[in-house]
Design a protein around this ligand. Sequence first.
Ligand SMILES: [Zn+2]
Ligand SMILES: [Zn+2]
Length: 417
Amino acid sequence: MDIKSLLKTFTCSCGKEHSCDIKNVFIEKDAAKYIPECVKDYKTITVACDKNTYGVYGKEVENALIGKNFKTYIFPDELLVPDENAIERLTSALLPDTDLIIGIGSGVIQDLSKYVSFDKKIPYHIVATAPSMDGYASKGAAMITGNMKVTYNAHVPEVIYADTEVLKNAPMDMIKSGYGDIIGKYSCLNDWKLANIVNSEYLCDYIYNLTFDMLLSVKDSGAKLLARDEDAIKKLMEALVGVGIAMAYSGNSRPASGSEHHMSHFFEVLGILKNEPYFMHGTDVLYSAYYTEKMREELIALPEVKANSEFSKEEWKKKILSIYDAASEGVIALQEKMGWYEEPKLPVYKEKWDEIKACLKEVPTSKELLGLIESIGLDIKEFDSLYGEEKIKNAIYYAKDLKDRYSVLWLYYELMA
Ligand SMILES: [Zn+2]
Ligand SMILES: [Zn+2]
């Protein structure tokens, strides 16, 4: 896949204009060699990293900036959290007249560089240190605000540099997470199609197929990734960036995030709120995708389409309060605004059941997904034992309430809860 060919604006057969504002992406050995050319028009540069990422690639970036007015700010934290305090520290570390931020890192540094540069109305470049998630090319900055995870709409990086030599030596957990984030697309792409059938939600075939192709290019590479094969790592990173571009095209995260992401956010949100452990993002996504597929299989096997029980708003509110605790007010307010509980979709399900069932059947079976989970050295038992039956069940029924997006979680809730 030639990622550069995706950096364009075009009118699509779906009738919309799609664009991606990223100017350049380099996924290859010695990617830092492109920095001097890409920063030549900038006068004052602040480099942001943490102790780890500085150790991994800081010197290479600084060497590429020799002759420029730049300063490197290294977050000293053992565990850096993208909260108000970190935003404040990076903002005050900027040199006066900084016209470019270069972040070195994956998750947190990336979100912080994105957020602060957007706030300052200047561009940022990201130097990737791990193929761990698909946010590199996305507009969303995932921050922790008042102990809650909030994704802000910010902007895409101007340039992404990813040195495959660095990526292949990233911690194995991060490589597994990146693989999981991609395999999760089976679930979210199916959710998108389902939403198109049930809610007539907009669906672009081009973006759908593009994301699906990224998934296929990575799917069978578990063993190679475990062996840190450079070509497999490069393909994984291309898929992660490519999926980010697909999100830029659609203007939201629909092509890349559905029920499996809602479940993973559930575990992350509760983890942050209650100080409980949770897996790395893509690992949670992969395990959750196994569960959303189990749900699809149960739905496919239903002998008859009918609401499983009478819905009670009071009972639902009680449940939300008991699960989400301090965050429940926001969750309830969001669903009040959505109003989906007031208009059950049962008539649509009845009318379109054959079409719905055919759609649900398109995802590889839970057994096949278990094979993919094992291929990257993960074990679903770890998921079951970390969260336990009760928490997983709560995610299945109530993770959907964190979001304003239709997925199989809604279908399952209405027919199986
Ligand atoms: Zn389109
Ligand atoms: Zn993800």
